[in-house]
Write a protein that binds this ligand. Structure first.
Ligand code: XIL
Length: 410
């Protein structure tokens, strides 16, 4: 081999390496690891202690590539955590918290002031405004202090609104009016570690326009009173074929984000309307509905993550609560990944790959610029990847020519 051909080979090799970086096979990935690569905080799931003895379930739940966040599905609710006045029972929710900790998953804590799953002593006592306010104070103070910094976020108030935008009639609203919401947030802020994110959480904010507007007004009203709220959780319990369009979901998330709060899909599932008659088409539709939801989160900067409300049909709440409906999760009841799982994963891989191309060209010690060529235009300003690639190829050619000259002069 002549010196010149060695040189050319080296040049080609160097150039190919630069290009090959962008084509490199991604390492083994899952929903959470891809979410992290996309710049989000987590992809998570609801879980509960009655699922813990199932080894196949545990295997998936603990996989740090798939999940990076857990929400206790029931055990932190009032009826379970304080079933009798002053009698706190933290056993089950502690198990969820310690599992999250042992897997290194974030814990979203759920929930404090909610009209549902209340113990009888709360729903059927004749409270005065003062005694009920005190009860809320004691409950929130005790529960938040117990978990301390284990909770990344708390759903402080859950489902306070009706679909027509009025306040839901609950024991809290009847006795205290809407003041109970601000009170709950104030107590939570007082006792929670400063880094804990405090959320308002509700369903159908994506589909009921008056409810959505009322939630926006609620956030604004808290903010105008100086009550700090960090996030709005949108439950995202969808039905196959009735999931809003990606444009609509983006607009919904952005509307809340524009108030200066974080947003998240906190309980995502996409149920088949009728499990018995669900066609192959409906299975594909479910896949595209899941992708639409995930994509909307990626497109909105303040969307921190997505939590599915159980990842397997085996433990989904849907059939028990909405007879006939079901098949709402990403895994079947026998732990097969559904087309919806593969569609979400494939979509995320594509999204992240577009970001990585830009990164690979940047290289060296230069600043890494992250961008995604989303259909709405790049999410972040970025120096053109091809300019950078051309730049590095010119550099390689220049150096090679220099070496070639020196060798020939010797
Ligand atoms: C559901 C649980 O999944 C069920 O196991 C339980 O029987 C009822 O509650 N909105 C919420 C969740 O905020 O807490 C609910 O979870 C689903 C609707």
């Amino acid at each position: 081999m002549t010196r010149i051909s060695i040189l050319l080979t080296t040049t080609t090799l160097l150039a190919t390496t630069t290009i090959a970086q962008s084509n490199r096979e991604p390492p083994s990935t899952g929903l959470h690891s891809l979410f992290l690569s996309a710049g989000k905080l987590y992809f998570g799931t609801a879980t509960e202690t009655n699922n813990f003895a199932d080894p196949t379930y545990q295997n998936i739940l603990s996989n740090p590539l798939e999940f990076g966040q857990l929400t206790p599905e029931n055990s932190q609710k009032w009826g379970l955590i304080q079933p009798q006045p002053g009698d706190f029972s933290f056993n089950a929710s502690d198990q969820v918290a310690s599992l999250a900790n042992s897997y290194n998953h974030l814990l979203r804590c759920h929930t404090l002031t909610w009209h549902s799953q209340l113990p009888p002593f709360v729903s059927s006592t004749s409270w005065t405004p003062d005694t009920l306010r005190q009860l809320i104070t004691t409950h929130i103070t005790s529960v938040i202090s117990h978990f301390g910094s284990a909770c990344y976020a708390w759903d402080v108030v859950n489902e306070a609104l009706n679909e027509n935008g009025t306040f839901r009639n609950s024991v809290f609203f009847e006795v205290l009016g809407e003041e109970y919401i601000a009170h709950s947030f104030e107590v939570a802020r007082e006792v929670a570690p400063p880094e804990t994110k405090l959320y308002y959480n509700d369903f159908n904010l994506e589909t009921a326009p008056e409810k959505q507007t009322a939630a926006v007004e609620l956030v604004k009203s808290l903010q105008s009173k100086g009550v700090k709220i960090d996030g709005v959780g949108l439950q995202a319990h969808f039905t196959v074929g009735q999931t809003p369009s990606v444009e609509s979901l983006i607009a919904t998330l952005q509307r809340f984000a524009d108030l200066g709060v974080d947003v998240a899909w906190t309980e995502l599932d996409v149920a088949q309307e009728d499990v018995e008659t669900a066609s192959e088409l409906a299975v594909e539709q479910q896949a595209s509905d899941y992708v639409v939801a995930v994509r909307a989160c990626l497109e909105v900067e303040r969307c921190v993550g997505v939590t599915v409300w159980q990842f397997t049909d085996r433990y989904s709440w849907v059939p028990g609560t909405f007879p006939g409906k079901g098949d709402a999760c990403l895994w079947t009841e026998n732990y097969q990944k559904k087309p919806a799982y593969w569609a979400v994963k494939g979509f995320l891989e594509g999204w992240v790959a577009r970001m990585n191309v830009t990164r690979a060209f940047v290289g060296g010690n230069e600043t890494t610029v992250r961008t995604v060529a989303s259909p709405r235009g790049p999410l972040t300003e970025v120096t053109s990847g091809s300019e950078r690639l051309e730049g590095s190829l010119v550099k390689v050619a220049f150096i090679s020519f220099g070496v070639w000259l020196v060798l020939n002069m010797m």
